[in-house]
Design a protein around this ligand. Structure first.
Ligand code: ADP
Ligand code: MG
Length: 451
C-alpha cells in the first residue's frame, strides 16, 4: 500500500479514536502513533517508546483494531512496534502531524512545524464555496503580518480549514525558510500551557508562542470554558499582533457565535478579517475527487468518481473518506475498481441519504422516543443511563443524516448540548451501528417509521 494511502487511513483511524478515547490520553498515547505497514490483514504500528507501546497494548488495543477494521472494511490484526529512538518524536515534544512520513521527520533539523505535506495551496481545489477563504489565506501567506490580522476562518467540519491553515504555513516557509511558524490546535495549546505551568516553565512557553512570526491556531472553539488558557492566549494574541506577527485562527463557528469564550477574546478574533467556507457544489466535489485520485496516482473510472460525488454531499472529509474506502478495499482485496464495487463498499454509508426529503428534528425525536420507549423530557434531560444515552446518540446520528442542521443546532434541539457532544455522539453511533446488531435493528426500525 502506498505511503499516502496509509497516511489517509491513519488519519481516519485517529479521527475515530479521538471520539472514543478521552483527552489527554488520546493526545499523549494515540495521536503520536505512526503506521509502518498495512499488508495482508495486518497493520504494524510504530510508537516512540516502550511505555507508550505498553499503554496502547493494555488500554487501547481493542479500540485500535476496531478502528482499523472499520476504516479498512476488512478484519485485521494490529501489531505495535517501538521505533528506533531517532525516528519518532515522543508525545508533546513538537507539534505533531501524523501525516508526515518518517523519512521527512528524520530529515528536519531545526524544529519546524510538522505540516501535512499534502495540505498545500496547489492541492486545494478552489470553487464557489471556498474562493474567498482561499484568496484571503493566500493574501496572508504572501504578506504575513500586514494583510489581515488575525485572519479568522470558520466552517463546519471537513470543509478545508486545517488544509488552508497548513497551506499558509507551507507558503510562508517556502518564501522565507527562516520564519518561525507554529501550527497547533487549541487543545494542544491548552495541554502545553497546563504542562508548562506545572513544570514552572512559563517563560519557555511564552517565548515559543509570542515570538513566532506566524501562529496558526486550529479549532479555537476547544478553548471554550478554559479560563486560564484563554487569558494566556489573550496575552499571546496581543503581544503577537502588536509586534506585527501574523495570527490565523480557525473555528467551527464565527467569533460571535462561540460560546464559553471571553468577550474580549471574541472581539479580538473579529478585529481582522473573518471568512467562511461553505459546502462545495457537485462540480467542486468531482474536481476534489479527481485531484485526490491524481495525488494517489490512481485513475478511477469516471462513473465511480461521479457516483461518489453525487452521493456524498456532507463534507469533503466524507468525500475523501468514501474514496479512500473504495481504494483501500480494492487494494486490500485485489478487486477491480468498478461502479459495482464502489456501490457495495459504500452501501451502508449511502443507503439512507439518497433521494429522501429532509426530516424535522421533531419527527426524529418522536420516532426515537417511541422505538426506545423513552419519554421526550428524559431524552432531552441529563439522564446518562445507557438506554437513554444511546437513544440520544442515535437521534444525533439520524439528525445529521436526514436534516440540514449543523452540529450546534442538533445539540440545541436535543437538550442544549454542545456541538462536540453531538460530534462524539454521532461517531459512537456509527461504531455501534457497525458492531451491535441490536442497535442497528433499532436504527432500521426508526428509519422505517420515518418513512
Ligand atoms: P476541517 O479542518 O475544516 O475539518 P480539513 O482541512 O481537515 O477540514 O479537510 C478535510 C479533508 O478535505 C482534507 O483531507 C483536505 O485536504 C480535504 N479538502 C478540504 N477542502 C479541500 C479543497 N478545496 N480541495 C482539496 N481538498 C480539500
Ligand atoms: Mg481541522
Amino acid at each position: 500500500m502506498t505511503l499516502v494511502l496509509i497516511t489517509e487511513i491513519l488519519k481516519q483511524v485517529k479521527e475515530r479514536l479521538k471520539s472514543v478515547i478521552p483527552s489527554p490520553k488520546y493526545e499523549l498515547i494515540v495521536e503520536p502513533i505512526q503506521v509502518e505497514s498495512v499488508e495482508s490483514g495486518k497493520v504494524v504500528i510504530l510508537v516512540a517508546g516502550q511505555k507508550q507501546a505498553q499503554w496502547l497494548q493494555e488500554e487501547f488495543l481493542q479500540e485500535l483494531i476496531r478502528a482499523f477494521q472499520l476504516v479498512l472494511g476488512e478484519p485485521c490484526e494490529v501489531e505495535i512496534k517501538v521505533a528506533p529512538s531517532t525516528e519518532l518524536k515522543s508525545a508533546g515534544e513538537e507539534v505533531s502531524s501524523s501525516a508526515v512520513p518518517l523519512s521527512e521527520v528524520k530529515a528536519i533539523k531545526k524544529p519546524r512545524p510538522l505540516l501535512n505535506p499534502r495540505f498545500t495551496f496547489e492541492n486545494f481545489v478552489v470553487g464557489d464555496s471556498n474562493q474567498f477563504s482561499y484568496a484571503a489565506s493566500r493574501a496572508v501567506a504572501e504578506n504575513p503580518g500586514s494583510a489581515y490580522n488575525p485572519l479568522f476562518i470558520y466552517a463546519d467540519v471537513g470543509l478545508g480549514k486545517t488544509h488552508l491553515l497548513h497551506a499558509i504555513g507551507h507558503h510562508v516557509l517556502s518564501i522565507n525558510p527562516e520564519m518561525s511558524v507554529v501550527y497547533l490546535t487549541s487543545e494542544k495549546f491548552t495541554a502545553d500551557f497546563i504542562e508548562k505551568v506545572r513544570a514552572g516553565k512559563m517563560n519557555e512557553f511564552r517565548l515559543r508562542y509570542r515570538q513566532c512570526d506566524l501562529l496558526l491556531i486550529d479549532d479555537i472553539q476547544f478553548i471554550a470554558g478554559k479560563t486560564e488558557t484563554q487569558m494566556e492566549f489573550f496575552h499571546t494574541f496581543m503581544s503577537s499582533v502588536d509586534s506585527g506577527k501574523q495570527i490565523v485562527i480557525t473555528s467551527d463557528a464565527p467569533p460571535y457565535d462561540l460560546k464559553g469564550i471571553e468577550s474580549r477574546l471574541v472581539s479580538r478574533f473579529a478585529s481582522g478579517l473573518i471568512v467562511d467556507i461553505g459546502s462545495p457544489g457537485i462540480e467542486t466535489r468531482i474536481a476534489i475527487l479527481q485531484k485526490k485520485a491524481e495525488l494517489e496516482s490512481v485513475t478511477l473510472p469516471e462513473d465511480v468518481l461521479t457516483f461518489i460525488a453525487e452521493n456524498v454531499t456532507t463534507n469533503i472529509r466524507h468525500l475523501e473518506g468514501a474514496l479512500i474506502r473504495v481504494l483501500a478495499f480494492c487494494n486490500f482485496s485485489g478487486a477491480k475498481c468498478t461502479l459495482e464495487v464502489a456501490r457495495k463498499v459504500l452501501a451502508d454509508m449511502l443507503s439512507v441519504t439518497k433521494g429522501k426529503r429532509l426530516l424535522t428534528m421533531e419527527e426524529i425525536i418522536t420516532a426515537i422516543c417511541e422505538v426506545f420507549r423513552v419519554p421526550k423530557n428524559v431524552l432531552l434531560s441529563k439522564d446518562r443511563r445507557k438506554k437513554v444515552a444511546e437513544a440520544r446518540m442515535l437521534a444525533m446520528y439520524i439528525a445529521r443524516e436526514q436534516t440540514n442542521l449543523t452540529l450546534a443546532q442538533i445539540g440545541e434541539e436535543l437538550g442544549a448540548r454542545d456541538h462536540s457532544t453531538v460530534s462524539h455522539g454521532i461517531m459512537k453511533s456509527a461504531i455501534l451501528l457497525d458492531e451491535d446488531p441490536y442497535f442497528k435493528q433499532l436504527y432500521q426500525m426508526i428509519i422505517r417509521k420515518l418513512g
